[in-house]
Design a protein around this ligand. Sequence first.
Ligand code: C2O
Length: 349
Amino acid sequence: AKPTSPDVTQCGLASVEDKGKSMTLDCCPPKPSQFVDFKLPKSYGHNLKIRPAAHLVDKTYIEKYNKALSLMKALPDSDPRSFAQQAKVHCAYCNGGYHQAGLPDLDFQVHGSWLFFPFHRAYLYFYERILGSLINDPTFAIPYWNWDHPDGMVMPTFFNDQNSPFFDVNRDQNHLPPTVMDHTYDGPAKEHHMPYDEQIKQNLTIMYKAMVANAKTPEMFLGAPYRQGDPPGTQPGSLEVQPHGTIHNWVGNPKPNTPFWEDMGNFYSAGRDPIFYAHHANVDRTWSIWKTLSPKNKDFKDKDFLNSYFYFFDENAQPVRISVRDCLSSRKMGYDYQPMDLPWLRSRP
Ligand code: C2O
């Protein structure tokens, strides 16, 4: 077997399907011609960037992120560092824009397999570096949406400020703060409306299952192997399904003018909502936490896992090829997370 990677020289139309409706669109980022290979910083542990919990950040931090994101949104759409292009990355990698290198008939897909965590880690890594460079602050770290803690189970309020770059009109208006999220959310028809305490308790139980009970092997947590020739992502890990996927749908807008559950409820549009990057920062954080919970919780040693790679544009608009082997430790990459209590550890069903 061989690792699988996208053929970025042949990006094609992406397709979006949902409940009988479908459309195609062009979401190809610029073609990376002269790419360089990513290199981890030589030393690490000093000057780690610390990603803060979004519900705890202060005004100064929000202003800084506001400035950085405004500058990113002000870049011309053709600039690979622009917000428009950052959003397209998710579409190209998730809706069949790219095909597997060497297998032009087979879509490349970063969901539903062991590529899920490393792809999104690398994606956020470059997003964060671009923001930092736009405000000349290489220490800038994006916030994480702490939805595994009762205090973080609502949309972080600053994302709901209409006059800020964090705002996105395509969100479910019934789920704005202070509505508490439902980690089992399955669409408006099955809305639960539970009392607060019950909802929190249920969410913590879902977290326990995603992180512990249903996450006892690398395959159960990270997702199944995905190699050259395999059909696109058929076996997601525990957390990818719930609550990662359910929170996507909970944020997206299931209304007629957003037929594909835009923005967060569809792969092609999820990256258009700035809350996406806070959501995924917490997904990324759970990967690091999972590895501390048991000596058995380890990354795959499989070469096909380690040698899979993706392409991103860095803060200098330089295309970079990054392999999974370089995405295994956030600390080696230069960042970590503000520690928070993990109440779900005590929430065994
Ligand atoms: Cu690429 Cu949250 O999905």
